[in-house]
Structure formats: C-alpha cells, structure tokens
Design a protein around this ligand. Sequence first.
Ligand code: PEP
Ligand code: MG
Length: 586
Amino acid sequence: MQHAINRRVPRREQLTMDPLRGIPASPGIALGPSFVIRQPSLKVDRDTVKDPKAELERLESALELGRQQLNDLVTQTQEEIASSEAAIFDAHAMFLDDPALLDRVRQAIQTDRLNAPAAWKDSIEHFAQQMEAVDDEYLRARASDIRDVGRRVLRILLGKEDSEAARLSTPSIIIARDLAPSDTVQLNRELVLGFGTAEGGATSHTAILAKALGLPAVVGVGPKLTQIGPGVDLILDGNEGSVWVAPDREMQDEFRARQAKAHVVSVENQKHAHAPAVSLDGVQVEIVANIGSLDDSRTALDMGAEGVGLLRTEFLYLDRQSAPTEQEQTLAYQAILDVMGDRPVVVRTLDVGGDKPLPYLQVEEEQNAFLGWRAIRMCLDEPEFFKIQLRALWRSSPGHDLRIMFPMIATVDEVRQARALLDEARNEVLNAGHAISDSVQVGIMVEIPSVAILSDLMAPEVDFFSVGTNDLTQYTLAADRTNQRVARLGDACHPAVLRQIRDVTQAAHAHGKWVGVCGELAGDSAGIPILLGLGLDELSMTPHAIPAAKAQIRRWSAKDAERLAKEALSLASAEGVRQLVSANQA
Ligand code: PEP
Ligand code: MG
C-alpha cells in the first residue's frame, strides 16, 4: 500500500456542535441516556459532647461496620470483576486501621470533645488534602479513595442510605462529579455504556475501572458535566475526550456508524493480536506491554503482548506502612515472570521519591519534586534499601528473560553506580546460595534530555534503552505533566522529542544495542508510524492498545514510515506532526 503524503480533512472536523471536553481516559464511543450519580449530602453538625467515651464507642462501631461492608465488597468484587479492583477495597479497609488517622479522630473526640461525625470528617479531610498536595497524579487520585472510605463511615455515623448507583435500571452513560469505587461496585455493569466525570485524571479510579471493563470514559470534564440532568441523550467519545449533550439525530447517526465500524475493526484486530507486527516490507517491531501488577500480566498475554516492556514496580511499595521484604518482592516478580514464561520482561527499578513519597522513607517535601530526589537518585543514596530490590530481581531471574532497567538516569556516572550496586547485589545473592540467570540484560530509561544528548556515550554502558516519552516530554518542554494548564505543551509528538528519539535510536544501533519506547507515545496511533520509521525495535504500551498497534504496523511499509518520520522531524509543532500522520494514515 502506498502512503503518498496528502492532507485530507479529518471527518470529525465536519461536526458542528461543540462538545464538553475532558481527558480521554478509556477509548471507545458510547451513545445513550445519562444516569447521574450525585453524592448524598452528608451534613455534619459540630457539637461538643458531654460523654466522649460514648462517642468513641459510636466511632468504633461505625468503623467495625465499615470494615464489614468493605470485606463484603472485596468478596463481591473478586467474584464479579477482578482482584485488582478488589484490592481497592482492601486498601480502604486498611485505611480504617491506619494509626495516624485513628489517633487524630480519637484525640479530637477525647481532647476537643468533638462529636464523632465532625471529628471523623475533619480528619478525613486533613488526610485527603495532604494527598492532594502531592505532586503526583497517581497519589492525588488516591485522595478520592480516602474521601470515599470517609463517606462510608460518615454515612454509617449519620444513619444515611448508601449510594444511588444501585438504582441503575436501563443501559446508560454514568455521569458523576467523581466516581468512587463504592459507587461503581454497586452499578449493574451490564447496563453501563460508558463513564463521564467532572473531576479526576487519567489515573483516577474511573479511568482504571473503565479500562479494566473495556468501556469508554472521559474524565476531568469540569463542573458543566454535573449540570446534566438524568435521562439526557449523550455521546461520549473516549478516544477524543469529548461529551456531546443532546446531540441531534444526524450526529447520533454519525457516531453510531463510527461505533459500529470501530467494533468491527476491534474484533478483527483482536483476531490477529497474537501474530507478530510485521510491516508490509517485512520489518518486525516487538510489541510488548506496560504493566503494574500480576493481573495486568495476564491481560497483556490475552491482548497479544510478546513480553513486558515496562513493569512499574511501584505497586509493591505504595499503599503500605513498611517496605516490602526481599522475599516478598522475589515472590511477586517470580509470579509475573512465571506468567510470561520465556518472553522478555523489563522490570523497572523503583521510581518514587519527592513526587511519590513513601511513609517508611524520609523524603522531605520539595518545591520541584519532578526535578528532585526521586527514582535512581534516591536509590543510589539509599544503597541498602535499593539492594533489597536488586537482590530480589536476581533471585527471580532463573529460567526467565529478565531485563533490569533504571529510571530517571541523568548521567553516565549514575549508570555506573547503579550497575556497581547491581553487581554487589548479585554477589550477595550468590553468596547466600541462590541460583541466578547469567543472561540478565541491563538498560536505562531515556527520560531526561541529557541522556538523549549523550546517547553515544551512554550506549556502551547499557544493553538497551527504553524511551519514557511521558517524562522526556515534560523535561524537554518544561511542562509539568500533572499541570492541566500546561498540558497542551506536553505532547510527545513534538519534533523536539521525536528528534531525541531519532538520536537515541541511531546511537543504540551504532553500538549494536536495542531500543524501545515505553511512554504513552508507543501506543498512540499518531506516534506508531513515526516510531516504525525511526527504526525502534520495541514498542511497549497499555495491554488494550496492543491489537490496534499491531494492525497499524501491518498497514505500513517501513520505507513509507521512514519518509513520514523524516517529514515529521522537519516540522515545528506537535499539532503539525499529528495532522501530517492523520492525513497519511492507512
Ligand atoms: C515515562 O516517563 O514515559 C514512563 C513510561 O514512566 P512513568 O510514566 O511511569 O513515569
Ligand atoms: Mg517516567
């Protein structure tokens, strides 16, 4: 198939009415009436109590009932959805036992003689706000979990009804300010067409749930969304992040046609998901998955992943009061490696720090957390802590194609230091009598421009590079990836980012090393042909994006993609690049 560079007007530009715009959180199109979930008002009167002991007892029994409800939800969710979802309620139940929270509430009752609902509400708000102040999208999203579990206990204390989610009775698009896990678990999933929320980001609970269910979702739409009444016809486009309110007949027909076409394409893509991604002229790109849990590794295989290009190990460290032990980590890595068999699995070492604080590590608040003490910087300063993870990785390696990757590398020296610690950990594991694989590859993420600029000096130090376009874009354009006001600057299709990918790929290949991309660009239909054209060996993406990505590569010839990439690199803006690719998509 030929790909002459031509410029067609994209069909969506022919639509007239303006939609509400939000963040595309899960792809797909939904059409149907709105079902609006509003949080019941939980008005709390502040009283001084005469008998704090009785008030403490009232609190304890509400907490007990809350724990019971959450345990029931864990069982129900495990049966109906997935254990990753059930883990959310486990985390809620754990929060109800958090000593810092309980001390604060009990003290407010005992010392300040506050009534239990007011003491509880204040303390929940205190912790939720603390979480919201953190400069990390994932942790900020956890603030809504705290409020969710807070509302559960508050409802019990005030003797109020549960959420209205249980009343859903016809196929609908769910609209809410922000959906809480306890709302979504009560929804009859057979009747949910999609999700739209006024608040929340790409890693909010709604986004995670929608992806797990394969339903479209648009989040962070803003307050206008909550003004929509019940039963209003909507079109929700999770690919573009748009919500059309009361669309006319013509528009509905247009989207219904798109939806039907997308369905046919997705069924067709899924049929070929397990075949390799080979371009028309015979160039194969390895398509692997970004995962963050054992559950994800199974989904990855179902979706046709040829391995794992990024295992984010943070899941082992977050939401807990103490660091995971070497044994615990070894078992967790082994479980994932066992699912993946002899396929390659790239495990990224811990990527937390100033922007993702852990309660058991002394991390001071920083003004510029994204430029601060995080990831490899923190790990190199805490070698004994770091080596626990490194030993666990060595111990999990026998019989598998394990690849270890260091995040946030800025200098050659950091690579050398990290490799030295990895060697120390290796000797410690051998001295302790454990077996290890002798073919573990070691690589780094390219997330900081200094690495791309010095990639010819970096290449001899590593076995591979994986470009983290999410961070590389924020550092290249100086646009905080969690700040919505500068979001338009942070597009990984920017030629300044693409040129760095070109340089890194050339440097890697000149030294006989492989190079992949594991940022969001790897699964983005605008990025895929360019990355094929730049000669990337591996693309790693969210599992659900794999079938479509493979199909897209099969429609291109690497030669045409190379021409497209060359033209893209000569442009001045990300929009220009997106238009170019869109005009040339096969
Ligand atoms: C990236 O920065 O592109 C990346 C894949 O890492 P994370 O999104 O986890 O920071
Ligand atoms: Mg990153």
